[in-house]
Design a protein around this ligand. Structure first.
Ligand code: SF4
Length: 349
């Protein structure tokens, strides 16, 4: 399997709002971007403006080359549950430098997809403590609106989160990535309170639809480093694989078997391992946004081949029909059971 690291993302513009610059934590981000010789601007006001192009695609291009350091609004301190992945979600940033043509952020974040990093992270982290239930493990997902490793070289925010949860009695952190630059995380005092996951997929999907990411081989090598015991130079973290989005493509069984072969080769030692299995789905809103970002995409979003699933708020999702779902699910669960009998499958969706 090809091992190709992701090129570290270097934004063309780094903009700070005045409120962000007033946060002591922003100085760490400022020092990092200056050390990389990236051009820094301070905006006159706290609003991000001037980031729209002539078309949606041009706006996308401008946004994906821009890092904005802002303060998260007060609403960021009111956390939402995120079943089945974790008890709560919080955000160190919104937006992602990669270019996945099925991106989960399409339709869930408003406005141009600028990568916004939060300068009041210490406040956001301190706030999570009020959501912990004493005496009961409480989990927090930090990758719902960003790929935290994809911007770690510019922010150091993921390390900050890992250190924070390493000091908690009952709080546990979870993050997931399609990048592979994990070396700066290996020696952190995580105290077993952070589960690091990589998101992987079969070669035809990762090769065609996941622009700007590390190859799946590189992600698996990164996971291996994170999982290896400290005595062997690794991070000694609990780890996980998120296989997503699982697609009913031609020859899926053989492509996903090859993926499992690669996972088995990378994790050929005992470790604390979980799996999360997510089948491909889309909504009318996400389809519209994705087609404006990637007008030439070959991603299959044909509603006539899907079943409709409605949520309690009246929203519509297009998912695979129940026979296809059952067949896929059976295959994945059997592979995991045979190859990793100690691992836990957290959910299939
Ligand atoms: Fe979207 Fe995740 Fe891909 Fe980033 S890595 S573009 S958040 S799907």
């Amino acid at each position: 399997m090809q091992v190709r690291s992701a090129r570290l993302w270097m934004p063309e513009r780094v903009i700070f709002t005045p409120a962000a610059l007033a946060e002591p934590y922003a100085q760490q981000i400022l020092a990092r971007v200056q050390a990389l010789n990236l051009p820094v601007e301070e905006l006159p006001r706290n609003r991000l403006t001037g980031l729209r192009g002539e078309s949606d695609r041009e706006t996308y291009d401008i946004a994906k080359r821009t890092l904005a350091v802002v303060t998260a609004p007060p609403s960021a301190l009111k956390l939402s549950p995120i079943p089945p992945s974790a008890d709560w979600q919080f955000h160190l940033a919104e937006g992602c430098p990669a270019h996945c043509q099925y991106c989960y952020l399409a339709g869930s974040l408003q406005g141009p997809p600028v990568i916004r990093v939060f300068a009041n992270l210490p406040q956001i982290l301190a706030n999570t403590a009020s959501y912990e239930q004493p005496g009961k493990a409480t989990s927090f997902e930090v990758s719902c609106y960003t790929d935290p490793l994809g911007i770690e070289h510019l922010t150091g925010s993921l390390a900050e989160c890992i250190r924070h949860f390493g000091t908690r009695q009952d709080g546990y952190l979870r993050w997931v990535s399609k990048f592979d630059n994990v070396d700066s995380l290996l020696a952190l005092p995580h105290n077993g309170h952070t589960r690091c996951r990589v998101s992987v997929n079969a070669a035809p999907i990762s090769g065609r639809f996941e622009g700007g990411t590390a190859s799946v081989g590189a992600r698996l090598q990164a996971l291996r480093k994170l999982a290896l015991p400290r005595s062997q130079g690794g991070g000694g973290y609990p780890v996980g694989l998120v296989i997503a989005p699982i697609m009913d493509m031609e020859d899926w069984e053989s492509h996903y078997t090859q993926l499992f072969d690669a996972i088995s080769a990378a994790l050929d030692f005992e470790c604390d391992l979980t799996f999360e299995l997510i089948s491909h789905r889309f909504t009318p809103g996400s389809k519209e946004v994705l087609l404006s970002w990637y007008p030439q995409t070959k991603l299959d979003m044909d509603e006539s081949k899907r079943s409709v699933k409605r949520n309690k708020f009246g929203g519509t999702k297009y998912v695979y029909d129940s026979d296809t779902m059952r067949e896929l699910r059976r295959f994945f669960e059997r592979q995991i059971q045979q190859r990793f009998p100690q691992a836990k499958v957290l959910y299939w969706t």
